[in-house]
Write a protein that binds this ligand. Structure first.
Ligand SMILES: Cc1cc2nc3c(=O)[nH]c(=O)nc-3n(C[C@H](O)[C@H](O)[C@H](O)COP(=O)(O)OP(=O)(O)OC[C@H]3O[C@@H](n4cnc5c(N)ncnc54)[C@H](O)[C@@H]3O)c2cc1C
Length: 422
């Protein structure tokens, strides 16, 4: 035991090396799936580790089953690539609804109202139809399994990333923990898609942290007539499948305290409290909402809805005024789910850490300020930055240096893979 009662000292330990991949993707949310598939398709031997038993993160386990949005709010597609491919694979499974292309940008109030009932219209009026997609979480998981399998990604579920071993400004190894105990993965390049930036935080990279009101979205099955229920009003949406309604429960209006999503004690207390309130809300809906008399909770998020936690302070930090700005090193772009006719072009510098040459970030924890995060945290944007990070990591694998990637080559490879950069 160490003499300081507040600490324990571990004996120096030797860990078995579980793998030596070109690219290690940490976290299998929407960004991580995209990063791993992109890296593997680009020829890199790729490992993906995920603490839970399925992919998608908030997009599946968090029940955030709306892709907002793949357009620029002026009728033009802004995100394609792997996100578009995901939509098509989910569509083949009958697991999506979205307005057809000829309706995008249409201000017709009836069309807008139809989209609103699917949860696809947000922000203040006047509204126009957007290219946004409601989807079934299982369609996402099945499609992601298929894409990862076809690309040859090695996926390790039920595996936590612990601390990185740093040598000469690089991650030499990443310690992981699972049922086999503690092991090390020795990768050439690492992509942090944990949402919370667990890897860059442990590597000592600077970040900003935000406390947020948690959410716990859930779905009710057995709703007698969803259309009629929607006509009577109430905050719930149509969703894929019959007789079901998606309830976007939580946030400032429902939950008093903000939490730090990287503090397990705060997360645990919030989970219990939010579940208690979700049960109450389901009872209230059964009592008050027409058509909900026999409804029941058919699906509930198994993780809190967290809009923000840690955000990387990387080589470039995007700020609000970067709206519509062009960057020479643009590697992805996204529209804004509450704004029309505007885009954020995302520079490669927002994926790069300042001090760890072989570490990239993608998804909701990239290097942007609080305002820009509103747009870049959305699932299509997360998939776009994931795809860019995956191809960049494959290109960087040889020299173990993501900062040395030739951006023109990266941009060409992204365009060849269907991504939209301008
Ligand atoms: C209430 C709410 C509403 C939203 N509404 C929308 C919407 O309508 N449309 C939209 O497009 N977006 C929406 N978003 C945003 C969007 O859902 C998320 O920002 C996005 O899904 C984040 O994707 P990600 O892959 O970056 O992170 P996550 O989905 O958080 O994925 C991170 C993954 O990493 C894993 N992980 C974490 N730490 C570790 C570790 N140490 N070791 C191993 N694995 C780890 C997690 O289990 C998870 O699978 C909303 C978000 C919230 C909270």
């Amino acid at each position: 035991m160490s003499p300081d009662p507040d600490f324990v000292t571990l004996p120096e330990s030797r860990l078995p090396v579980a793998a030596r991949p070109d690219v290690l993707v940490v976290g299998g949310g929407s960004a991580g799936v995209s990063a791993a598939v992109a890296a593997a398709r680009a020829g890199a031997e790729t490992y993906l580790i995920e603490r839970f038993s399925y992919t998608g993160g908030l997009a599946t386990g968090g029940m955030i089953i709306l892709l907002l949005t793949l357009d620029d709010g002026a009728g033009k597609q802004a995100v394609a690539g792997l996100c578009q491919e995901m939509v098509e694979r989910m569509e083949r499974r009958g697991g999506v609804w979205y307005p057809p292309r000829e309706q995008w940008d249409d201000p017709d109030p009836a069309l807008v109202e139809h989209c609103r009932r699917w949860g696809l219209v947000w922000g203040s009026a006047p509204h126009r139809v957007r290219y946004s997609v409601a989807f079934d979480p299982y369609a996402f998981i099945f499609a992601a399994d298929e894409m990862l399998r076809e690309a040859g990604v090695h996926v390790l579920y039920q595996t936590w990333a612990c601390e990185p071993l740093l040598e000469d400004g690089r991650i030499a190894a990443l310690v992981i923990q699972n049922k086999s105990g503690r092991q090390a993965i020795v990768p050439r390049v690492v992509i942090d898609t944990t949402g919370d930036g667990d890897v860059f935080a442990a590597a000592g990279e600077p970040y900003e942290a935000e406390r947020v009101h948690p959410w716990l979205w859930f779905e009710m099955g057995g709703v007698r007539d969803v259309e009629k229920a929607l006509e009577a009003g109430g905050l719930f949406f149509r969703t894929t499948g019959r007789d079901r309604a998606l309830v976007p429960w939580g946030g400032e209006a429902r939950v008093r305290e903000k939490i730090d999503a990287t503090d397990p004690a705060e997360v645990s207390a919030a989970l219990v409290e939010c579940r208690r309130m979700v049960e109450e809300e389901a009872s209230r809906l059964r009592k008050d909402a027409p058509g909900f008399e026999d409804a029941y909770i058919s699906l509930m998020a198994d993780q809190l809805g967290i809009t923000e936690s840690r955000r990387l302070q990387g080589r470039h930090v995007m700020v609000r005024d970067d709206l519509n700005r062009r960057f020479d090193d643009t590697i992805a772009r996204t529209g804004h789910w509450t704004k029309y006719d505007c885009v954020y072009n995302i520079p490669y510098g927002s994926l790069l850490t300042r001090g760890t040459a072989n570490l990239l970030a993608a998804g909701r924890c990239i290097s942007v300020d609080h305002r820009v995060n509103h747009a870049t945290k959305e699932i299509p944007a997360c998939m776009a930055t994931g795809q860019a990070a995956g191809i960049a990591a494959a290109l960087a694998a040889e020299g173990r240096d993501a900062t040395a990637v030739d951006v023109a080559t990266l941009q060409k490879r992204l365009r060849d893979a269907g991504a939209i950069l301008e």
